[in-house]
Design a protein around this ligand. Sequence first.
Ligand code: ATP
Ligand code: MG
Length: 137
Amino acid sequence: MQKTLSIIKPDAVKKGVIGKIIDRFESNGLRIAAAKKLKLSEEDAKNFYIVHKDRPFYGELVKFMTSGPVVVMVLEGENAVAKNRELMGATDPKKAENGTIRADFADSIDANAVHGSDSLENAAIEISFFFSNREIC
Ligand code: ATP
Ligand code: MG
């Protein structure tokens, strides 16, 4: 069993597809172990995406992630990290496989509907960024 962090990004929250995205997880063996809706501050977004601080899109990424509320979740299941990435599809929705969350709900490489931890190590760091142990059931 693994745990991973998922974020439903501001574009998908604005579109009203929170339920449809959660259904993808629950229908594919990922349990919602924790969930909350919140608006990231600029400081939150900068810290969360600190690994990208030298990339040309960092400023835009921070602006986008703070443009509206997000839903953050801990997903739990067998191979949860890889399974979540598989369900999400490629970063650029144009390259995402049919039937993936990004192919179905994302508009562009920056407004790409969801975030998912990219390794077990980062999953632990990202989960503790948003959740205390008592919030994870
Ligand atoms: P995420 O970390 O959000 O799950 P990812 O792991 O698929 O996405 P990363 O390479 O970690 O992709 O990039 C983080 C985010 O930065 C992407 O989700 C996307 O919103 C944005 N991003 C990545 N590459 C670009 C790009 N070339 N132009 C604009 N935005 C980008
Ligand atoms: Mg990433």
